[in-house]
Design a binder for this molecule. Structure first.
Ligand code: FBP
Length: 549
């Protein structure tokens, strides 16, 4: 057990705010029947028991006696600030309905359910994790919960512990699996409800019903603090170009939000690269052009933000990755093919893909090509966080500038520093926004459970308003689904939200970026503040503010 810091001790006393509707007894107000966002017939056929359910909103209701029940919770996937507050909110919510209710946590992710590894939460344990970052209270994992055998192993322990409902905290893939599990248990009439909760620092689990995934706010503020510090160093020494890669897997929400907060010289947006069908060469020319223009005015320094997933969005590389995903999946089992060695896997890949994709693969630096051919996460995603795009780009920019120098087009100095911010922000102590939002999501889940809901995501909306005006309720997960090709087959999945090029956050950025490239217009946001003026402590992300304007 780590020693408790003074900040953690002081922060433990913070009582997260709840929406007004959740401050007393609630009644569920149900809307009309819903439809999935795409492929309605297929999704309906796959989810006959959980399709079409209404959106639910909680309003003040009458106090009712609720029979004793137990709940289980799982943290799934990458860490995101606020996970402990979802658990403490759920714990307080469940206990407020009946002090005898119990909350169990399955250890190290969905695998804990399958392997029957769990703990029971106590007041003491919960109190020592309130308003802290991390997922270490029970740990997290990326085991995919998708097979009948796993669901059956799960029901054994759920029955043994008398668990009536399971809350799964995860991103789009984990919530998709939560929905499949809800459907399975409903079809089998096992009497166990499943509720999802929107987590991911990536910010890509959002739609008409979900304003933001939790953790995005704190992670972006943490990265922006670091970027601001680098910008200030950069503007003090005036001798380096800093290439900063930011996590976010596919979507560029984190890079965009950090750009809005810190006003760097360059921020690449993967979705724009794809929409404009840009090649790596186009991107390198753009960066080198900005470097050369600033150099012509004696400014041999700057900052470049690079979204983690960039490489996947360069159309030629995207085609290559799509084919790699196909050939690396065994069509008989739908699982990843198994090879005796990495070399055998690479040889197999090279002999199986189309000549034009092989040419793209071979044009990439050897380490990047190798990375693309090898590791996948359990959901079949390329592990983009392992690809050093920031170094790849700066190397290519350096050689472009050297060529321009020979041609007499450039006479500056180019010296690069590299950074990758990802893990630095995922376990930060939650901002006031995430502390309140997560606590509310967890507390709200207890009300969805008490109202007998299954296959729902816990949802809190209107979060740019003061917390008391937030709207609490639930949305059927099937409503967010469509069919997409995954690992060589069509699968029902929650649609991932990428940066919208006609959305307000990107449009604002696009209107400013030329000025930010030329001028040194840096903003230094400083560290997250927990106490002090509201305009310093309680601001939501710029993304959310612009989306709500
Ligand atoms: P989740 O979507 O599971 O929340 O994870 C997000 C993320 O942090 C990505 O930004 C990153 O690409 C990935 O996890 C890294 O995964 P790992 O923790 O397994 O290295």
């Amino acid at each position: 057990m780590a020693t408790i810091s003074n900040l953690q001790r002081a922060r433990a006393a913070y009582q997260p705010k709840l929406p007004k509707a959740l401050q007393g007894p609630v009644k569920a107000v149900e809307g009309a029947a819903t439809q999935s966002v795409g492929n309605q017939d297929e999704i309906k056929a796959l989810f006959p028991n959980t399709y079409g359910m209404p959106v639910v909103e909680f309003a003040a209701g009458e106090a009712k006696e609720v029979p004793q029940f137990n709940v289980g919770i799982i943290l799934s996937g990458g860490q995101a600030p606020g996970g402990h507050n979802v658990i403490s909110g759920l714990y307080d919510g469940v206990k407020s309905l009946n002090r005898e209710n119990k909350l169990y946590g399955f250890l190290m992710g969905p695998g804990g359910l399958v392997d029957h590894k769990y703990i029971e939460f106590t007041d003491e344990l919960i109190d020592s994790y309130r308003n802290t970052g991390g997922f270490d209270i029970i740990g997290s994992g990326r085991t995919k919960l998708e097979k009948t055998e796993q669901f059956e192993k799960g029901i054994e322990i759920l029955r043994e512990l008398g668990i009536k409902a399971l809350v799964i905290i995860g991103g789009d893939d984990s919530n998709t699996n939560a929905c499949v599990l809800a459907e399975y248990y409903a079809a089998k009439k096992y009497g166990v409800q499943v509720i999802g909760c929107p987590k991911t620092i990536d910010g890509d689990l959002k739609n008409a019903q979900i304003e933001t995934s939790f953790g995005f706010d704190t992670a972006c503020k943490t990265y922006s603090e670091l970027i601001g510090n680098i910008e200030r160093d950069c503007n003090s020494a005036r001798k380096y170009w800093h290439f900063i890669k930011l996590m976010g897997r596919s979507a560029s929400h984190i890079a965009l939000e950090c750009a809005l907060q810190t006003q760097p010289n360059i921020c690449l947006i993967s979705e724009e690269v794809e929409a404009k069908a840009q090649s790596l060469d186009d991107i390198v020319n753009y960066i080198a052009g900005v470097v050369a223009e600033r150099a012509s005015r004696g400014l041999n320094f700057g900052t470049v933000l690079v979204p983690e997933g960039l490489i996947e969005f360069v159309p030629a590389i995207k085609k290559l990755i799509a084919e790699l995903n196909e050939v690396l999946t065994d069509p008989a089992t739908g699982e990843s093919r198994v090879f005796a060695s990495a070399e055998e896997q690479i040889t197999f890949v090279k002999s199986s893909i189309l000549p034009e994709n092989l040419a793209v693969l071979e044009s990439l630096p050897a380490d990047v090509a190798r990375q693309l051919c090898l590791d996948r996460d359990p959901h079949g995603n390329v592990q983009v966080s392992l690809i050093e795009t920031e170094k790849l780009l700066s190397k290519m920019v350096a050689s472009r500038l050297a060529a321009w120098k020979k041609e007499g087009k450039y006479a500056g100095k180019f010296s690069a520093q590299h950074h990758f911010f990802g893990y630095e922000g995922r376990c930060a102590a939650p901002s006031n926004y995430d502390a309140d939002y997560c606590y509310s999501l967890g507390f709200n889940a207890s009300r969805l459970i008490a109202n007998g809901k299954t296959g729902y995501m816990s949802v809190i909306r209107n979060t740019t308003a003061p917390a008391s005006e937030w709207i609490a309720g639930g949305v059927p997960i099937t409503m967010m689904m469509n069919m997409e090709r995954r690992n060589g087959a069509m699968k029902p999945v929650i649609r991932k939200a990428l940066v919208e090029l006609d959305g307000a956050p990107f449009k604002y950025f696009a209107s400013k970026r030329d000025e930010w490239a030329r001028e040194t217009a840096y903003v230094y946001p400083g560290p997250i503040q927990y106490w002090g003026p509201s305009e310093v402590c309680d601001q939501t992300t710029k993304t959310l503010q612009l989306e709500h304007e």
